[in-house]
Design a protein around this ligand. Structure first.
Ligand SMILES: Cc1cc2nc3c(=O)[nH]c(=O)nc-3n(C[C@H](O)[C@H](O)[C@H](O)COP(=O)(O)OP(=O)(O)OC[C@H]3O[C@@H](n4cnc5c(N)ncnc54)[C@H](O)[C@@H]3O)c2cc1C
Length: 419
């Protein structure tokens, strides 16, 4: 059935990227529909925010929500070596004098619902239980989508533009054959949730902790509301699956072997099943075409060690919506509409990717790097907070040079053995 309705833009997916794009287009006065497959609230991984998400939250008008939802405040990130030694935390307020220096840890089911409700409140039409099955084309131009409703019925929506924000489902990038896996970042993750696990005192209570394991891997430990922590391990599949494929057994083995994690979980009780996410990092070979573009994880996913995912989803939701708005004003949304957006996304992702590669370099240590380049400490914090559109060229030049200089053929100890 053709709904007969015509929209300025259809957004596929109501996660952070889609909800942001929907809100921003509605704020621009555009007629926009956000089509989401799932009924919210639903579970989603990715709870630790970056400070620079603050600016998108301000634009969306949702900054009040974090206090109301009692989200733990995140002032820092800290790193723990394989011997259990905790680094000096990177406190964001040490280099940023702005409210954004405090960010939050969020329960994604509540956070994503809040963002989608906000899109609706700001004027976007939101449909849940609406699975987009097909991008409708006239020649090379996208003109709408075909949707399957929760009752199995099919509807078509016509629009001048379509933004694909379908997350790691990569609806369009998969259909178009655009998805390229990152050969240097091929980890998987195994994760779960505990209640009653230990929290560090004072300012560090809400910190994200990254605890290294041998063999180029790490645990995240993220305090959430209601005394819950999100905890997961990221490493090569071969390493994690070396003696069993049972996620529970793997999680238990790795948690027991990681001194800091074992200690922090010792007072807690596991409250959720152990889940697995594979196929970590990828990017689409293009960001859009005539009448359509990709946003958030639908365009690219990067290993989550620096909690970049939600930031990039929010930022790309904004940038995609602004580009569509400009294109509509200019008389039509074409591939040309997305040139600047694509350039900025690739720049930001390349910067973060360089940071991630340094992290995984066997012989790299942030502490040694900062000792060698104390002047670059503020730039490193810029990268960790998401100020990625700043000129971080000198930082990344130095990181590349330092990594190359410290690289050795093969070493017994991973980077994390040296905090
Ligand atoms: C193990 C792991 C740990 C992570 N940790 C962090 C972290 O600590 N901090 C952080 O910032 N990020 C983290 N991330 C990344 C973060 O989860 C994502 O980057 C973020 O959720 C991307 O948002 P999105 O809106 O692009 O996609 P999503 O949040 O996945 O939203 C996509 C939405 O599209 C819907 N959808 C899909 N297909 C269709 C369709 N055909 N029709 C209609 N709807 C559809 C889905 O139901 C979903 O709701 C982590 C990711 C992983 C895998």
């Amino acid at each position: 059935m053709d709904t007969g309705e015509r929209y300025d833009c259809i957004v596929i997916g109501g996660g952070p990227a889609g909800a942001t794009a929907g809100t921003v287009l509605a704020q621009h006065g555009r007629r926009v529909a956000v089509l989401e497959r799932d009924a919210f609230p639903r579970h989603h991984i990715g709870e630790s925010l970056m400070p620079y998400t603050w600016f998108t939250f301000e634009r969306l008008g949702v900054l009040d929500w974090f206090e109301q939802a009692a989200c733990p405040k995140k002032y820092s990130v800290q790193f723990v070596s394989t011997t259990g030694k905790v680094s000096q935390p990177f406190y964001f307020f040490e280099t940023i004098e702005h409210p954004c220096s405090t960010t939050w840890q969020v329960l994604r089911s509540d956070f994503d619902r809040m963002l989608l409700d906000n899109a609706r409140a700001k004027g976007a039409e939101v449909r849940q239980g609406a699975t987009v099955r097909e991008l409708l084309m006239e020649g090379d131009r996208a003109v709408g989508v075909r949707v399957q409703g929760a009752d199995g019925g099919s509807e078509t929506f016509r629009a001048d533009a379509v933004i694909d924000a379908s997350g790691r489902d990569t609806f369009l990038a998969s259909k178009l054959g655009w998805k390229r896996r990152d050969p240097d970042l091929t980890k998987i993750s195994i994760f779960t949730y505990y209640r009653g696990a230990k929290r560090d005192p004072g300012l560090d209570e809400g910190a994200t902790t990254v605890a290294y394991i041998p063999e180029k891997g790490w645990f995240w430990y993220i305090p959430l509301p209601d005394d819950v922590v999100s905890v997961g391990v990221v490493a090569e599949a071969d390493y994690l699956y070396r003696d069993t494929r049972d996620p529970e057994a793997i999680f238990a083995r790795e948690a027991a072997d990681c001194i800091w994690i074992a200690d922090h979980l010792s007072t807690g009780t596991r409250i959720e099943p152990v889940r697995v996410t594979g196929e970590f990092s990828y990017r689409a070979e293009a960001i859009g075409g005539d009448g359509f573009c990709l946003a958030g994880d639908a365009f690219s996913f990067l290993d989550p060690v620096f909690s970049t995912g939600v930031f990039m989803a929010l930022k790309s939701g904004e940038m995609a919506a602004d580009a569509v708005h400009r294109g509509l004003d200019a008389g039509g949304v074409t591939a040309e509409t997305f040139v600047e957006y694509e350039r900025d996304m690739r720049w930001a992702l390349d910067q973060f990717r360089q940071l991630v590669l340094s992290f995984y370099n066997q012989t790299f240590s942030f502490r040694d790097f900062i000792r060698a380049h104390p002047d670059l400490h503020p730039r490193l914090v810029d990268a960790l907070v998401g100020n990625v559109f700043a000129d971080l060229g000198p930082l990344f030049d130095a990181l590349r040079e330092f990594s190359a200089r410290t690289s050795q053929p093969e070493v017994a100890q991973p980077a994390g053995a040296r905090p």
